[in-house]
Design a protein around this ligand. Structure first.
Ligand code: IYR
Length: 221
């Protein structure tokens, strides 16, 4: 494997006041992000989605192997097939598989097996984790910390979508092997999360939930 050529770091260190202002503005922006389950069918400009995916692709990854694929679905027929398969899996989950403690934990969110968002949202982003890489010659290449890397990239994706005024849901129908089949992904790709993206429906409400205060999540030593 060759070495990377060192180049100057392009990011500059900000003056203290600008750093503070930007960090506060970013925090304020991210405080407004909410998971949304009720989507409008209003179309979304393609570049907003494209830019968010490109932002996700700026995430750090194990050995910089970028073990992710983002499949953006807009075809209504494909969305319908995904919804049918997801609802079948979710019905099984809610009616048979989920242990009582899990159902108790979900009750405050009011979720059930019906997934209107999978056909209402103009885009579905199916994120795949590449368990290993495939070279041009078909040779397997080991990936390191693939799950962690994809998790970080999804965080960037959600932030990018939110920055564009879009809403999203991190949806993990279980099991989600159907995404590989419907989207015809290769054997090295495992479904990681399914993210409907769009604008909230006019009647959209979100649960009145609170985030843990800083004092509970930040520990200093
Ligand atoms: N996948 C199911 C159940 C579900 C699980 C968790 I953890 C959630 O935070 C929300 C839902 C569903 O999407 O309904």
């Amino acid at each position: 494997m060759g070495e990377y050529r060192p180049v100057p770091l392009s990011a500059r260190t900000l003056p203290a006041d600008e750093a503070l202002a930007r960090s506060r503005a970013f925090l304020e922006l991210m405080r407004q992000r909410r998971s949304v389950r009720t989507f409008s069918r209003e179309p979304v400009p393609w570049e907003l989605v494209q830019n968010a995916v490109e932002t996700a692709g700026t995430a750090p990854s194990g050995a910089h192997l970028q073990p992710w694929t983002f499949v953006v679905v807009s075809d209504p027929e494909v969305k319908r097939r995904i919804r049918n398969a997801a609802e079948e899996a979710e019905r099984e989950f809610y009616e048979r598989v989920a242990p009582p403690d899990w159902l108790d934990a979900l009750r405050p969110l009011g979720t059930d097996f019906v997934k209107d968002h999978l056909t209402d949202a103009p885009y579905l982003i199916a994120v795949f984790e590449q368990a290993y890489g495939l070279g041009a010659d078909g040779a397997k290449r080991k990936h390191y910390y693939a799950k962690e890397s994809v998790g970080i990239a999804v965080g960037f994706l959600l932030a990018g979508l939110h920055a564009a005024g879009l809403v999203a849901l991190t949806h993990t129908p279980s099991p989600m092997g159907f995404l590989r089949r419907i989207l015809e992904r290769p054997a090295n790709e495992r479904p990681f999360v399914l993210i409907p993206v769009g604008y909230p429906a006019p009647e959209c409400v979100v649960p009145d939930l609170e985030r843990k205060p800083l004092g509970e999540i930040l520990v200093t030593r």
